[in-house]
Design a protein. Structure first.
Length: 255
């Protein structure tokens, strides 16, 4: 008789459990909630390990213990934008190397010219009599200073022309990859902007949330937010309250 009663009690318990939230319902509901913050998030492999009904008279409200895998993989247009950025960045690096060499050469020539000009000026200022009046040839000195200024302007024009030549060299390849801008009469390319992982996907603020747990896991593994584009995931476990609706069991509250 006791055996029959035990079996009946077990059958009732299993029946009650069978009416509780399933792992797939938990995963689907958690995914929907997470995607309100991060459209690229998902929950997979959810397993309900235990189910409690806090109110024995209300079987539409349950608390579940669970394990699951939380994932974020950025795809769609943002992933395409990253590939475009990587191509653009490589082209910009090539262009930037030539511009850096041009700027180095220009600076060297300007520094050399400035050094000679300063030396000439120092010699002129050193020519004075006992009363402190300058005795050098003022007209010759003025011509020398004007000549230095002309050389400086010529160097600037030559450097600008070379910069524009480099721009033209890359213009066709740049296409829509690099943004063209200008400074005075010099055309140039702006450094491409890297697409950033949406802030909502990173869970900075609360490491107890699924997205926060994932972010901490990424850091602990010495990875970076760039890995969100190739896909990151981690194991999570916890408790959630769930409500039974006409559309099945749903997670209660925000994640």
């Amino acid at each position: 008789m006791k055996t029959k009663l035990s079996l009946c009690a077990l059958a009732c318990f299993l029946a009650a459990c069978s009416n509780g939230p399933s792992g797939s319902e938990l995963a689907s509901s958690m995914t929907s909630e997470l995607q309100k913050k991060c459209e690229y998030a998902s929950v997979d492999n959810a397993q309900v390990t235990n189910t409690f009904f806090p109110n024995s008279d209300n079987k539409n409200l349950a608390k579940v213990k669970f394990t699951a895998t939380i994932k974020v993989k950025i795809d769609g247009k943002m992933a395409e934008d990253l590939k475009t950025y990587q191509t653009a960045s490589a082209l910009y690096a090539e262009y930037g190397k030539e511009m850096a060499e041009l700027n180095r050469s220009y600076k060297e020539q300007m520094d050399a010219l400035s050094k000679v000009r300063q030396s000439t000026l120092d010699k002129y200022l050193a020519q004075e009599d006992e009363r402190g009046y300058l005795t050098g040839d003022h007209q010759k000195h003025s011509e020398e200073m004007r000549d230095f200024q002309s050389q400086k302007e010529a160097l600037g024009k030559a450097s600008a022309a070379q910069a524009n030549e480099i721009f033209e060299k890359y213009k066709d390849r740049a296409g829509d990859l690099l943004y063209a801008t200008s400074s005075g009469n010099v055309r140039m390319f702006a450094e491409p902007t890297k697409p950033e992982v949406p802030f909502g996907c990173l869970g900075y603020r609360d490491p107890r949330t699924p997205l926060g747990i994932l972010y901490k896991s990424v850091l602990d593994e010495k990875r970076s937010v760039d890995d969100y584009f190739s896909g990151v995931e981690t194991f999570i476990e916890g408790e959630r309250q769930m409500i039974k609706t006409d559309n099945g069991w749903m997670v209660a509250g925000n994640l």
